[in-house]
Write a protein that binds this ligand. Structure first.
Ligand code: NAD
Length: 244
């Protein structure tokens, strides 16, 4: 029987790598994207090359109606979702005195409410089946705090609290909920860092390099697999030793 995974924000970066990695493990994939249909199609094509089904769906994760429509579509085209990876996120640097209320609200709407919206849609089926797996993508900054990234860090800390609480609440229903909190990963998200900061961050990483999207995808695939059957409520940190 086919298994279905939905990965939010999987048109590029970590989300794309996760989608492809889960396809290697036999999942059909719903590729969610916000703006770039062409990029989402590239992810879907890579999944299909692995012999799995893939669909794409445009939905801003902060919009509950759009997320509802996405899960309906995925259910009809692929079957109900067995694994949800809540990956979509936005980041950015600003000193706290420059953080507008609008910016604060948008970060929470995408990074936290976006996860809530997806979880809310996937849960009825998982509870009915008494199985399922939810993986949230936080950040090491959610555990550690990052200067000039207070809003981002706050959203990522909120995700960890959400994950741990859900793990306790949903364990009796056979649903595992875990979090991956990456270190510095070389994706488009780093593009707005000032010149030279990427090199500095690589130097500060004990393993001496930035992570790759595939590094994160491996952790997600492990948590989604039977090998992690007794693991729930955990935060796994593929961060090259940054937070020790
Ligand atoms: P990225 O910017 O390449 O990817 C983010 C993805 O989220 C994109 O596909 C984007 O379109 C999507 N997205 C953004 N807003 C959305 C919305 N409203 N609705 C639907 N999709 C939306 O960055 P990435 O590094 O691949 O980030 C993926 C996740 O990993 C994010 O949650 C990010 O916070 C987290 N993360 C990244 C790093 C890093 O160093 N790159 C470190 C820790 C955590």
């Amino acid at each position: 029987m086919s298994r279905v995974a939905l990965v939010t924000g999987s048109s590029r970066g970590i989300g794309r790598a996760v989608a492809i990695r889960l396809a290697k493990d036999g999942y059909d994939i719903c590729v969610n994207y916000e703006k770039r249909a062409d990029k989402a199609e590239e992810t879907a094509a890579a999944v299909r090359e692995l012999g799995r089904k893939a669909i794409t769906f445009k939905a801003d994760v902060s919009d509950s109606d759009a997320v509802n429509a996405m899960f309906d579509f995925a259910g009809k085209e692929l079957g109900e979702v067995d694994v949800l990876v809540s990956n979509a996120g936005i980041a950015g640097q600003a000193q706290i005195q420059d953080v507008t209320r609008e910016r604060w609200d948008r970060f929470f709407a995408v990074n936290v409410t976006g996860a809530f919206n997806a979880v809310h849609e996937v849960i009825p089926h998982m509870i009915h089946e008494k199985k399922g797996c939810i993986i949230t993508i936080s950040s090491m900054w959610g555990l550690r705090g990052a200067s000039c990234e207070s809003v981002y860090s706050a959203t990522k800390a909120a995700l960890i609290g959400f994950t741990r609480s859900l793990a306790k609440e949903l364990a009796p229903s056979g649903i595992r909920v875990n979090c991956v909190a990456p270190g510095v990963i070389d994706t488009d998200m780093l593009d707005e860092l000032p010149e030279g900061v990427k090199d500095t961050l690589a130097d500060e990483t004990p393993l001496g390099r930035l992570g790759t999207p595939e590094d994160i995808a491996e952790a997600v695939a492990f948590l989604a697999s039977d090998k992690a059957d007794f693991i729930t409520g955990q935060v796994i940190m593929p961060d090259g030793g940054f937070v020790v």
